[in-house]
Design a protein around this ligand. Structure first.
Ligand code: FES
Ligand SMILES: [Fe+2]
Length: 380
């Protein structure tokens, strides 16, 4: 594995929990929706400028292929995204050098025909895939990590709606923790997802396996806003939020599934892309069992919940998860405690090498199975 020699010492770097950008460069992150790429420039092929882990990158469709590249022309270092996409090339706006989908410089207009192009005249490219109508980029492919799985997308019984991505002044870690945290429901989402006095939530067994942290919750007392789809508003004694399953695919993807009835289920898929140490951009879908409900119903519920979260999550000090010892954790914060531990382990492993990263990703701790076995109800 190629590890940057400039990598800071463990615990000294600037991302969540003092982790290193080099670690998160090993993973896939969405950097734009396919729609945003199509809308970026006339012709629908980009280029579109975006930022990932503090790095300015460009995406464009060249020769029918969506590619990602360092947003810097090798000639004089200007932004390539100021240029334009042609049928088979990306053209720099300054002196018109042109690059194909492989990154090779195919044309230097000012150079006489009898001269040879410099060998280093090429784009710096990154791994790039279009999946789930999102453009995903991996800045460092050396660990051969895989794209997050989105079950709802491949389930024909589900209808998936792509929400408007949102950029928040908080780290990816802060956004992830806000998503996996249920004890804020009765306060931040009072009247929407919860209300006092229903403030104590059971702490369920949590499993680590297959690169994922998973746990299931039972129906719990909560309010909801009252819609045809989700049922009438609850009073404080109603059981409104149905059984749910949380699945976190390391490091920054989360799927939350709700089973509202035998025939109706919903699913939220979200990835919190690290723009830089203290800024995240969340790409998300809300999915539900195919029915005749309007997309607006589902988007409005999410918008209301996100609007309640935004002022709180924007106020974190610091905006990233810094030294965890400066905060207090209690048992109901268990999901976040486990996620933080795994994040630190991944960062420490990445400093040692690619095999170590996979050892940490593939570790298995089956707490639910252990509890079932202890109770005599689980597999033996
Ligand atoms: S800077 Fe791009 S062609 Fe000169
Ligand atoms: Fe929230």
């Amino acid at each position: 594995m190629s590890v940057s020699t400039t990598r800071p010492e463990a615990g000294q770097a600037g991302y969540d929990l003092n982790t290193n950008a080099e670690t998160w460069r090993l993973f896939w992150h969405p950097v734009a929706t396919l729609h945003e790429l199509r809308e970026a420039k006339p012709g629908g092929r980009g280029p579109l400028r975006t930022t990932l882990l503090g790095e300015q990158i460009g995406i464009a469709e060249i020769g029918g292929q969506v590619i990602a590249f360092e947003d810097r022309c090798p000639h004089r270092g200007v932004a390539l995204t100021l240029g334009w996409a042609e049928d088979d090339g990306l053209r720099c706006r300054y002196h018109g050098w042109c690059f194909d989908a492989a990154g090779t410089c195919t044309e230097i207009p000012s150079m006489p025909a009898d001269q040879t192009k410099p060998a280093r005249a090429a784009l710096t490219k990154y791994d790039c895939e279009v999946r789930y109508d999102l453009v995903w980029v991996r800045l460092d492919g050396s660990a051969d990590t895989v794209l997050p799985e989105f079950e709802g997308w491949s389930d024909e019984a589900m209808h998936c709606i792509l929400g408007e991505p949102y950029t928040w002044p908080c780290s990816s870690g802060r956004r992830m923790e806000n998503f996996m945290d249920v004890t804020h429901f009765p306060f931040t989402h009072q009247g929407t997802l919860g209300a006092p006095p229903n403030t104590v939530f059971p702490v369920f067994p949590m499993d680590l396996h297959d690169r994922r942290l998973r746990w299931k919750t039972e129906t719990f007392l909560a309010h909801n806003p009252g819609t045809d789809t989700y049922g009438p508003p609850a009073d404080e004694n109603s059981r409104m939020l149905p059984p749910a399953e949380y699945v976190i695919e390391m490091p920054f993807t989360i799927t939350l599934k709700f089973q509202w009835s035998d025939t109706f289920s919903t699913q939220i898929f979200m990835h919190a892309t690290p723009i830089d140490e203290v800024t995240s951009r969340s790409y998300w879908f809300t999915c539900h069992t195919v029915d005749d409900s309007a997309d607006e119903v589902h988007l409005q519920l999410q918008d209301m919940v996100l609007g309640e979260d935004l002022p709180v999550v924007s106020s974190h000090q610091p905006a990233r998860i810094g030294d965890a010892a400066e905060e207090l954790s209690i048992m109901p914060d268990k999901a976040m405690i486990l996620w933080r531990r795994w994040i630190r382990e991944l960062d420490a492993a990445a400093a040692k090498g690619v095999d170590e990263v996979w050892k940490v990703l593939e570790k298995v701790e089956l707490e639910s199975t252990r509890e079932q076995v202890a109770a005599g109800t689980g597999p033996r």
